[in-house]
Design a protein around this ligand. Structure first.
Ligand code: NAD
Length: 352
């Protein structure tokens, strides 16, 4: 376990078990250098606790990088609740998880993620104040979707010199909270959509609502499109899938899309412009962090719109340096974190 923590650079890992509520949960805190760790809570089936821990560790690191590049005063954290395979009371389980967060006294602030709902956050809020995305503060997914659209526009401008997404062919993998919101924006922008999901009801809903074409989950990679938008789960960009991708741009909300950095370089070699996932999907975190800090809607929208500018800068530097945008983003995030952790930085802050 310590090897995994060392690999992910995680500062602390918390495991919780409560028999009465069937809770088995993991909270991984990657860094609190820039401020309290913030990041969503997944509530999904895991085949074993090792997979749940691995997911939390990898996702927490991405959250630190995401917060750093979005200029937010937060570190990265992530939690995972293993979906029980026995009967359980969801509200009791969420309140029990809230008590775990409370023990950390603000080192970790939770939020919605795959498998959790605003109603879950409401239950967690009964045990702790270190929670966002309640029914009063709202769902971050629409803001994540807005950021993905900004990212797509910046990439289309960079590669095709076009100022909008009209007529652009886009495939969406995963029609959940973010994927469906992205599809809705794209449909209004006049893009041509190809969609997939493992849930047929969601595909049916998308076909009814948008003028989309559906393909099977396995066929989405080879779809003849300009942009591939992964909005399902992670590690979908790997040596099995990259060879069949026809899109010139990859821009989606899923966290940890690359199985490993070598897959990012493989995309670059194929001249596929891969938008670093934790930059293009940072709209939700921006919403969550700024809402928690009681900022207004205008400030939130302004900062989400900046995602496009951040990416455009990475594209330009990538062109002149031949370093892929994902590697440039990693370098910049690491520099921000290292600089904030350096003694000189702390001294300066202490003197202010
Ligand atoms: P969600 O659970 O609502 O939706 C995910 C969808 O992907 C589901 O409909 C699921 O059936 C589908 N899916 C899963 N595996 C698939 C596969 N192999 N092929 C096709 N479809 C598949 O989750 P969400 O909130 O929409 O988030 C989507 C992704 O974006 C996740 O990786 C999440 O961590 C990431 N993300 C979400 C937010 C947010 O604001 N919700 C913010 C940042 C990142």
């Amino acid at each position: 376990m310590f090897t995994q923590m060392e690999y992910a650079g995680t500062s602390d890992l918390h495991l919780y078990h409560d028999k009465a509520s069937s809770l088995k949960a993991v909270i991984a805190i990657h860094s609190t250098t820039l401020g309290p760790a913030i990041g969503g809570c997944r509530f999904l089936p895991y085949s074993n606790s090792k997979d749940a821990i691995k997911d939390a560790l990898q996702l927490a690191k991405g959250m630190s990088y995401k917060a750093a590049l979005a200029g937010l005063p937060h570190g990265g954290g992530k939690s995972v609740i293993m979906l029980p395979d026995n009967a359980f009371d969801r509200q009791v389980l969420m309140r029990s998880f809230g008590q775990c967060i409370e023990q950390l006294q603000g080192r970790y602030i939770t939020a919605m993620d795959s498998g959790t709902l605003t109603s879950d956050m409401d239950e967690i809020a009964k045990s702790t104040r270190w929670v966002t995305c309640t029914s009063t503060s709202g769902d971050p997914s629409p803001y994540t979707a807005l950021g993905v659209i900004e990212g797509m526009k910046s990439a289309v401008k960079h590669l095709f010199g076009k100022n909008n997404l009209e007529g652009i062919r886009i495939s969406i993998q995963g029609l959940g909270h973010v994927g469906m919101a992205v599809a809705s924006h794209l449909s209004l922008e006049g893009a041509h959509l190809t969609v997939t999901d493992i849930n047929n009801d969601l595909i049916k809903a998308a076909l009814e609502e948008f003028n989309a074409k559906a393909v099977s989950p396995d066929d989405i990679y080879a779809a003849d499109v300009d942009i591939f938008c992964p909005c399902g789960l992670g590690e979908v960009l790997n040596e099995k899938t990259i060879g069949s991708i026809k899109a010139q741009i990859i821009a989606g909300s899923a966290n940890n899309q690359l199985l490993s950095p070598k897959d990012g370089y493989a995309l670059h070699q194929r001249d596929i412009l891969y938008l670093p996932d934790y930059v293009v999907n940072s709209g939700g975190l921006i919403f969550v962090a700024l809402t928690h800090a009681s900022e207004d809607q205008q400030t939130i929208h302004h900062q989400v719109a900046n995602i496009g500018k951040t990416l455009t800068n990475f594209f330009s530097t990538s062109q002149s340096s031949s370093i892929p945008p994902f590697a440039l983003a990693n370098q910049k995030a690491e520099a921000i974190l290292n600089n904030a952790a350096s003694p000189t930085h702390s001294d300066t802050r202490a003197n202010l």
